[in-house]
Design a protein around this ligand. Structure first.
Ligand SMILES: Cc1cc2nc3c(=O)[nH]c(=O)nc-3n(C[C@H](O)[C@H](O)[C@H](O)COP(=O)(O)OP(=O)(O)OC[C@H]3O[C@@H](n4cnc5c(N)ncnc54)[C@H](O)[C@@H]3O)c2cc1C
Length: 411
C-alpha cells in the first residue's frame, strides 16, 4: 500500500461474523491486509452437543474449502458423508438416484450440525493473527469519504468510527449494509414454512440424502451421526400453525404421509424449529468501495441446500481477489476489483439462485402437463449420464468460476 494507508484504520471491514463473514475473515488471515470484523452478537463457543439441532448439507467444494481454511480438522468427527442422493416426487413415477462411487468419488459432500460448524469457525477465528474483532458491536452508519468508507460502530463502550478501503456486507438477509448503500432487493414470499427437526428412522439412511417433492413443498432427509436423520419439512405457511401445534406423533404422521415408509417408522422426534421462507436477491452486489456476500447478497430457498455453500463461494472468490491485491500492494477496494468480482460470481450466483427458485415452484405444481413432464424429466436425469454428471458437478458446488480453495482436494 502507498503512504496514504495511514489515513485508513483498516483495508477490509467485514460486517457480520456469521458462517460467511467468519469464513471470509479466516480466508484473509496471513494476507498482510488489516482486516476488522464487526459482529452484533457476542461470540460463544457452545460445547454442548444437542441431538435436536439443525444440520447443514455441505457441498464437496465447501468441504474442500473448509479443509484449506484449517476448519475441517476441528469439525470432521462431527460430520457425516453424503455418499448417495435419492430424489423423487410423491405420487409420480420417476426417480433420480445419484451414487458418488459411480462418479469416482467417495462422497458428494457431508452433513454437519450448524452449531459444530459455527464452533469450528470461531475456534479458527481465535487463531487469526492480524484480525481485529469487535463483538458484540453493531454497524449503525456508513458514509463515503474519498477513496474509502467511514463506518460507525456502536457497542457497550460507545461509538467508534473506522475508515476502510473496502466494506464487506456479510450481515445476512435483512442486511443493514445493503440498505445503507441504497441497493434494492427483489423479494418473494414463498408462502412456505420449513420445519427443521431430527428423527430416528427404523432403517439407517446409510449415507443417503433424500429429497422428496410434494404439492405442499419439499421434504429433505439428511444422514446424521448415530443413525439419526435431519428433517427439513416444508408446508404452506397457511398450514404452519396447525403443524406447529401437532404433538410428536402427529408431526411424525405428517412426515410419513409425505415420505412414506421406505426407512421404516420414525421415532424420537427432536425439537422442531420453523423458518418462514422468502427469496431476497440484491439488485447489485457491489457499490463504490463496498460488496455484499452470503445471505446479504442472496437468500435462497433451502430446497437444494445451497445457501451457505453459495455464500462461502462468494467469500472465497472475494478473498482470492483481495489476496492478489495484497501481494501486489494495489488498492483492495477499487472499481476494477469489484467489477472483476461481479463477473466471477455471476454464473454461480444467478444459476444457483434460479435453480433453487424454479425447483421450489416447479416441484410443487399440480398442473397435469407439468406432472407428466416432471416424471419424464426425473427419468431422463436418471438415465442420461451427461445430464446426471452436470447436476452432480453443480450440486457439489462447481458451477462457473470455482475459487481455488474450493478445488483443493482434502488431505
Ligand atoms: C431451513 C434452512 C435450511 C438450510 N439448510 C442449508 C444447507 O443444508 N446447506 C446450506 O449451504 N445452506 C443451508 N441454509 C442456508 C444457510 O443457513 C444460510 O445461507 C447461511 O447461514 C447464511 O450465512 P450468512 O453468514 O450469510 O448470514 P447470517 O448467518 O445471517 O449471518 C449474518 C451475521 O451478521 C450479523 N449482523 C447483522 N447485522 C449486523 C450489523 N448491523 N452489525 C454487525 N453485525 C450484524 C448477525 O448477527 C449475524 O451473525 C439453510 C437455511 C434454512 C432456513
Amino acid at each position: 500500500m502507498n503512504d496514504e494507508s495511514c489515513n485508513f484504520d483498516c483495508d477490509v471491514l467485514i460486517v457480520g461474523g456469521g458462517l460467511v463473514g467468519a469464513s471470509l475473515a479466516i480466508a484473509l488471515d496471513g494476507s498482510g491486509l488489516r482486516v476488522v470484523q464487526v459482529e452484533a452478537v457476542a461470540p460463544q463457543i457452545n460445547p454442548h452437543a444437542n441431538p435436536d439441532e439443525r444440520s447443514l448439507a455441505l457441498a464437496r467444494a465447501s468441504v474442500n474449502a473448509l479443509e484449506a481454511l484449517g476448519v475441517w480438522p476441528t469439525i470432521a468427527a462431527k460430520t457425516t458423508p453424503i455418499r448417495r442422493v435419492h430424489v423423487s416426487r410423491r405420487g409420480e413415477f420417476g426417480t433420480v438416484r445419484l451414487d458418488a462411487a459411480e462418479h469416482g468419488l467417495d462422497a458428494f459432500g457431508a452433513t454437519c450440525p450448524a452449531r459444530e460448524l459455527g464452533n469450528g469457525l470461531l475456534m479458527r477465528l481465535d487463531r487469526c493473527a492480524n484480525l481485529v474483532r469487535h463483538a458484540p458491536a453493531r454497524l449503525t452508519a456508513i458514509e463515503s469519504e474519498g477513496d474509502g468508507v467511514v463506518a460507525t460502530l456502536a457497542s457497550g463502550d460507545g461509538e467508534k468510527r473506522l475508515r476502510t478501503r473496502l466494506l464487506v456486507g456479510a450481515d445476512g438477509t435483512a442486511s443493514f449494509v445493503r440498505d445503507a448503500l441504497g441497493i434494492g432487493a427483489d423479494k418473494f414470499d414463498y408462502a412456505q414454512t420449513a420445519f427443521v427437526a431430527t428423527v430416528q428412522p427404523e432403517r439407517a439412511l446409510d449415507g443417503c440424502a433424500y429429497e422428496r417433492f410434494t404439492s405442499t413443498g419439499p421434504v429433505a432427509l439428511l444422514p446424521l451421526a448415530d443413525r439419526r436423520a435431519g428433517v427439513v419439512m416444508t408446508v404452506p405457511s397457511a398450514d404452519a400453525a396447525r403443524v406447529a401445534a401437532l404433538d410428536d406423533a402427529g408431526f411424525i404422521a405428517e412426515l410419513h404421509e409425505r415420505v412414506g415408509y421406505r426407512l421404516g417408522r420414525f421415532s424420537r422426534l427432536g425439537k422442531r424449529v420453523s423458518h418462514p421462507l422468502a427469496r431476497v436477491i440484491a439488485q447489485r452486489v457491489v457499490a463504490p468501495r463496498a460488496v455484499l456476500v452470503g445471505n446479504a447478497a442472496q437468500t435462497i430457498h433451502p430446497i437444494g441446500a445451497q445457501g451457505f455453500n453459495l455464500g462461502l463461494r462468494d467469500a472465497l472468490t472475494l478473498a482470492e481477489l483481495l489476496l492478489g491485491r495484497a501481494r501486489t500492494g494495489d488498492d483492495v477496494g477499487d472499481a476494477a476489483l469489484l467489477q472483476h468480482y461481479v463477473e466471477l460470481r455471476r454464473e454461480d450466483r444467478d444459476g444457483t439462485a434460479a435453480t433453487s427458485d424454479s425447483l421450489a415452484r416447479w416441484t410443487a405444481s399440480e398442473a397435469l402437463p407439468l406432472k407428466a413432464l416432471r416424471s419424464l424429466s426425473l427419468i431422463a436425469i436418471d438415465r442420461v449420464a451427461p445430464l446426471k454428471q452436470a447436476i452432480v458437478a453443480r450440486g457439489m458446488g462447481f458451477r462457473g468460476h470455482a475459487p481455488a480453495l474450493a478445488l483443493r482436494e482434502g488431505t
